[in-house]
Design a protein around this ligand. Structure first.
Ligand code: NDP
Length: 279
């Protein structure tokens, strides 16, 4: 039976550290979240972020626009946030409605306030190892491994999924930790074989229970980033947990694994953004 990597516990520890720091240093920081439309999953994620902000002592503000918002309206809101000295962190909740140009919106974010590393300037810094604000979910995965005392250096790491927000940045971060990294995607040939090579297997593809036990090397470490809603609103990951926990040495549950770490890293980034703006 694999050891369960409890993201909830590690997340609580990090949030405790952030809360103590905010109190001791008298940090006055505020996170603004931009939501266009009312995607129910986005609202759930935003409420989790709001709750975490309240717990650690950060101010929070939701900036909402209707589903029909134009590109100009979204950009005007971003400009307003960029120019608001009280707001020290911003993130725009995705997905966007189809009429919006995502790249232009993300490029407009003030890089010093960009707490989920979405602006291409910060993406470039992160890619070259110079980033201070790293993307929350990949940074949370790395932190989870480190806090569990898992050695990353030299490990064969296979990531299934190459998105801009998870797969790609995580690959670079694992590389920076001296792992040997393979990125798989929908066109990968012999996916199961690639996965079986993994000492650290990360599933970030958004397909419920896609990774089955036969794709897992004995004693592999499994990080399940996926969040999939099944019928009846039950949530499951991209890994067939019940089957894979018998093969793996460590495994993250869903919920309670990577998700809480994303929120904890966001809290850390809010403090870092405040520091960056203070010079
Ligand atoms: P995207 O949809 O942006 O990317 C999915 C990736 O998986 C793509 O690269 C795609 O390949 C690949 N993929 C899809 N199907 C297959 C397949 N059958 N075989 C191999 N590769 C495949 O997803 P995200 O990265 O945004 O999210 C991934 C999952 O992680 C989702 O479940 C999401 O909800 C979850 N998530 C969880 C977070 C958390 O905090 N826990 C935060 C962010 C995301 P290709 O590029 O070829 O299309």
């Amino acid at each position: 039976m694999a050891k369960i990597i409890c993201g909830k516990t590690h997340s609580a520890a990090i949030r405790g550290e952030v809360a103590a720091r905010i109190k001791t240093d008298g940090i006055k920081a505020k996170l603004a979240v931009v939501l266009v439309g009312d995607n129910p999953a986005s609202i759930v994620y935003i409420n989790m972020k709001k709750k975490a902000c309240e717990e650690v002592g950060l101010d929070f503000e939701l900036k909402k626009l209707p589903e029909s918002a134009t590109q100009a309206e979204v950009l005007a809101l971003i400009d307003e946030i960029n120019n608001d000295a009280e707001i020290t962190g911003v993130l725009v909740q995705q997905p966007f409605p189809p009429q919006l140009n995502k790249d232009e919106i993300l490029s407009r974010l003030d890089p010093r306030k960009d707490v989920d590393c979405l602006n291409p300037h910060n993406v470039g810094l992160a890619a070259t190892g110079q980033g201070k604000l790293l993307p929350c979910t990949p940074a949370g995965c790395i932190e989870l491994l480190k806090r569990e005392g898992i050695e990353i250096c030299g490990k064969n790491s296979v990531i299934v999924g190459r998105s801009e927000i998870v797969g790609k940045p995580l690959a670079l971060m694992l590389l920076a930790e001296n792992a040997t990294v393979t990125i798989c995607h929908s066109r990968t040939k012999n996916l199961a074989e690639e996965c079986r090579r993994a000492d650290i297997l990360v599933a970030a593809l958004g397909r419920p229970k896609f990774i089955t036990a036969d794709m897992v090397k004995p004693n592999a470490i499994i990080i399940d980033v996926g969040v999939n809603r099944l019928e009846g609103k039950k949530i499951c990951g991209d890994v067939d947990y019940d089957a894979c926990e018998k093969t793996a040495s460590h495994i993250t549950p869903v919920p309670g694994g990577v998700g809480p770490m994303t929120v904890a890293t966001l809290m850390e980034n809010c403090v870092k953004a405040w520091e960056i703006q203070r010079g």
